[in-house]
Write a protein that binds this ligand. Structure first.
Ligand code: ASP
Length: 358
């Protein structure tokens, strides 16, 4: 079905090249931003303008995304590249590693000042945190997505992608780690999480707050994370072609160790337990975790609550049991950090230090 937006894209794509930074002289001084596309709802299409769920994600290629927002050419010289085309529930370590290596390669040149990554919103926070730990550059890297497909009435993708280009082109965004920009707010990769299944203001940084706003072509920052990232991070993926297997287990009443035992039998090198409350453990699960730890599996206690510190030696004697606590990282972020930590060490004390630094 030919929607209004599809018409705009068709018209605009006649005049836009996709990949090169082929800009006329007047634009040569603009910051140069590269868009790396991975799919998601921002590249999704539905059957009608009123369809905001049940659409197909990851359909439109990067040149169509660029063509749909010609305004971005006023703030940056923009080129695009397709890295993947997936709904982000299907994001994999293989794509993370490909993306991270490409980001590092592109930013190491003098030809690009910042990167925007289009991505599905479901696992955007995990990709953002992974990149926050492995990108080796101070230049801005900004993840962006949309909650409504490109064909929907009031689609949020076009303004979100424009804002992301504004942030990536901004010198203010340098050195702040990997950023997530949707719905006019700028969030840090470490603390941001998706909080609503379908609302456009789904991305929040619970308790710790977002870093700034982007408004009318201007990125404004009010704070930044104190934790290590990018150029100060020790994690290096340049020689990695896989990540250690880390599983997440969920805490709930009347729990059992069935899932834990399956994870260990499948060869998990680490387990993140999304415990109840302050990372509390059901007795049978705790017993299983102790046994797994003795077999060399790294155990991280996180929480399903969604905000707050998981206190070391609070709901379990972590010193004695050789467990690690996730600090304020939610389980899915803790999984990312644990996988990277395991590329360097299997010592629980060393892993704990990393959880307090990153
Ligand atoms: N399932 C979609 C994805 O994560 C949702 C979105 O992009 O908002 O790719």
């Amino acid at each position: 079905m030919r929607t209004r937006l599809a018409w705009v894209w068709m018209a605009s794509s006649l005049v836009l090249a996709n990949a090169a930074f082929a800009e006329e002289p007047a634009r040569q001084k603009l910051p140069r931003v590269k868009i790396l596309a991975t799919g998601g709802t921002i590249a999704g299409t539905g059957a009608s303008t009123t369809q905001t769920v049940g659409y197909t994600a990851a359909v439109l290629p990067v040149d169509r995304l660029l063509a749909g927002v010609p305004e971005m050419k006023k703030v940056a010289s923009v080129g695009g590249e397709q890295i993947a085309q997936v709904a982000s529930e299907n994001m994999t370590h293989a794509v993370w590693l490909k993306l991270a290596k490409r980001v590092n390669q592109v930013l190491a040149t003098d030809e690009v000042d910042g990167i925007v990554i289009t991505h599905g919103t479901d696992t955007m926070e995990e990709t953002a945190y992974f990149l926050n730990l492995v990108v080796k550059s101070d230049k801005p890297v900004v993840l962006v997505g949309a909650m409504r497909p490109a064909t929907a009435m009031s689609a949020d993708g076009p303004l979100n992608i424009y804002n992301a280009v504004v942030v990536a082109a901004s010198s203010e965004a340098r050195g702040k780690g990997v950023l997530v920009t949707l719905n006019d707010t700028i969030n840090g990769a470490r603390d941001v999480t998706k909080t609503n299944t379908s609302a456009v203001d789904t991305f929040r940084s619970p308790d710790l707050g977002f870093l700034g706003y982007v408004q009318d072509g201007r990125a404004v920052f009010y704070k930044q994370s104190t934790r290590l990232h990018t150029t100060r991070s020790v994690f290096d993926v340049s020689k990695l072609d896989a990540l250690p297997r880390v599983e997440i287990l969920y805490g709930y009443a009347n729990n059992s160790r069935v899932m834990l035992d399956a994870a260990v039998a499948a060869g998990a090198k680490g387990v993140v337990h999304a415990g109840v409350g302050n990372g509390s453990l059901f007795d049978e699960v705790k017993q299983g975790l102790c046994e797994a730890q003795k077999k060399g599996v790294a155990i991280v206690r996180s929480s399903r609550v969604g905000s707050g510190i998981v206190a070391r030696n609070g709901e379990a004697n972590d010193d004695e049991l050789h467990f690690v606590v996730s600090d304020t990282l939610n389980p899915q972020k803790a999984r990312v950090l644990l996988a990277l930590a395991l590329t360097r060490t299997s010592d629980p004390d060393e892993i704990q230090k990393l959880f307090y630094q990153y």
